[in-house]
Design a protein around this ligand. Structure first.
Ligand code: SAM
Length: 248
């Protein structure tokens, strides 16, 4: 099995050299390749983030370096090789043992651990048109970055491979944060440029209308939560949802 990890902290993945995963690598059961996202930046400061469209705290990872990095990694595979992209995010589907089993049966996984408020949504849209893109959460809490979740997922997946086993002011809008959005996952985020590989951004985010932006964010959060974690909606107090929520 081949595993690629694209990160701004390659050193965070050093535990992949030790223990069960390290031994599987040494035995040739796992081909692990760790890449520095900043290798695909072109400015003096190796910039990978920018401010979010629509305003708000935190920064969003820019689509360009991610696109170039993913293109390069994908092109390095055999012509007919099709990786599964695993995007760690608290707003993904829960990482379960069932999902670990499913992923362990894939020949090639590419992990995209993010920092800041996550990756511009259009990256997932772009690659989702050609590849199986899985947005996965390792639990209902928010870590500073996706590297630790990658370590968690890789370990859970690697131990299922045959022969490997011998016998979260910036967190205000985060998923699961207390407040009006407490029962909802965070919706998609976007940053510059306004047009990337034919993908635009929702017009409301550049309308300057804070009320409409807040409503759009709530609607997107509601849609995503309904899609990815219906259990959160089911166990929420019905009084926490307003009339417009119920129309979605
Ligand atoms: N504002 C985002 C939200 O609430 O959805 C959280 C961004 S977090 C500070 C930065 C990055 O850490 C995420 O993009 C993801 O790569 C990783 N991360 C944090 N918590 C995670 C979790 N529970 N499962 C998977 N990845 C996580």
């Amino acid at each position: 099995m081949r595993l690629d990890v694209i990160t701004i902290f390659p050193e965070y993945l050093e535990p992949l050299n030790v223990s069960l995963v390290g031994k599987a690598r040494a035995r040739g059961q796992l081909d692990v390749r760790v890449h520095d996202l900043r290798d695909w930046t072109h400015d003096r400061h190796n910039t990978v983030d920018d401010s979010p469209y629509g305003g708000g705290p935190g920064m969003v990872m820019k689509p360009e370096p991610w696109g170039e990095a993913l293109d390069a990694v994908i092109e390095s595979g055999a012509d007919d090789a099709r990786p599964t992209l695993v995007v760690p995010t608290p707003s993904g589907v829960p990482f379960t043992q069932q999902l670990a089993v499913e992923l362990s049966e894939r020949p090639w996984l590419v992990f995209t651990p993010a920092r800041y408020e996550g990756i511009d949504r259009r990256v997932m849209a772009e690659y989702g048109e050609r590849f199986d893109v899985r947005e996965v959460s390792i639990g209902d809490y928010v870590l500073a970055g996706g590297e630790a979740p990658v370590l968690v997922m890789v370990e859970a997946i690697a131990r299922l491979l045959p022969g490997v086993l011998g016998n979260a002011e910036s967190h205000r809008d985060d998923s699961f944060a207390p407040g009006a959005m407490a029962d909802l996952l965070e919706g998609p985020v976007y940053t510059k440029p306004p047009e990337w590989r034919g993908h635009g951004i929702p017009d409301v985010l550049i309308s300057g209308h804070h009320g409409k932006i807040a409503r759009w964010r709530r609607d997107e959060a509601f849609r995503r939560t309904t899609a990815n974690r219906p259990d959160l909606i089911e166990r929420a107090d019905p009084a926490s949802f307003d009339k417009k929520d119920r129309e979605i």
